[in-house]
Design a protein around this ligand. Structure first.
Ligand code: PEP
Ligand code: MN
Length: 249
């Protein structure tokens, strides 16, 4: 991959045509090439932290994302749990929980489409690499998204920078960092400044040589269907881009 730092942003979940239109228009105006959004979400929160309407749209959402992204000439990244959807994103995200779902990996390899393979929160780099060996027919990017360890300092996961540094030294697949999903529930409990936390994480990712980041954005983060505590507003995202610009690749 050419030495550029890719920023792939979008809502955690595709919620409506209007939402994706606004986000796609905004991303285009920021000079972005990609939009991300989940239409099949692993909903992993218990009732205490779950909005009553937390849900996802499935095929309908995938169609919306594909249609609007096409109009704005944006490439799409979206998670699939199976390969049957007839409309698939430009790059298929394999969620952390599916990193070792070997029958899914076999099926994806058969499809041969570009993939973003997220590292499971309990798996080693060796295991992540092993999963890529099922995908020799695909262009694979991997993604660090945080791990489960005894101390996470008030967040849901620990974002593992060491893993990224090590991956860059040992393996060839480009590695991304998801700078949103590690935050988790504690921001909601403790009133953390999400821009501050995401901004630091994103800048650090660029400094250590990650190939890009994934970032959640939302028109009104608190109303997000899924993971409302971690999304940046449009204005916050613009500020983040300005700061990233100042860091050389
Ligand atoms: C996501 O990207 O929306 C997601 C659920 O991520 P992960 O698979 O890393 O938990
Ligand atoms: Mn999410």
């Amino acid at each position: 991959m050419a030495k550029t730092f890719q920023v792939i942003a979008g809502p955690c979940a595709v919620e409506s045509r209007e939402q994706i239109k606004e986000i796609a228009g905004f991303l285009k105006s920021c000079g972005m090439n990609w939009i991300k959004g989940g239409s099949w979400k692993p909903l992993t929160w218990g009732p205490k932290y779950r909005k009553p309407y937390q849900k996802y749209l499935g095929q309908e959402g995938m169609d919306i994302l594909w249609d609007i992204a096409g109009r704005y000439k944006l490439k799409t990244l979206s998670e699939l749990h199976r390969i049957d959807p007839c409309i698939r994103p430009d790059r298929i995200q394999v969620g952390a929980r599916n990193m070792q779902n070997f029958s899914l990996l076999d099926n994806l390899n058969h499809l041969g489409q570009p993939l973003l393979l997220k590292r499971h929160f309990g798996c080693s780099l060796e295991e992540l690499y092993a999963s890529t060996t099922y995908l020799t027919n695909c262009d694979v990017w991997v993604c660090e998204r945080g791990v489960v360890v005894p101390h996470t300092h008030g967040y849901r996961y620990l974002l593992d920078y060491q893993a990224v540094i090590e991956w860059k030294m040992k393996y060839d697949h480009p590695i991304f960092m998801d700078v949103s999903h590690w935050i988790g529930v504690s921001w909601a409990e403790q009133g953390k400044d999400v821009l501050h936390v995401v901004r630091k994480a994103a800048k650090a990712a660029k400094v250590i040589g990650a190939d890009g980041i994934l970032v959640d954005i939302h028109l009104r983060p608190k109303d997000a269907w899924v993971d409302p505590w971690q999304a940046l507003t449009f204005e916050e995202f613009q500020r983040l881009l300005e700061e990233l610009e100042k860091i050389p690749c």
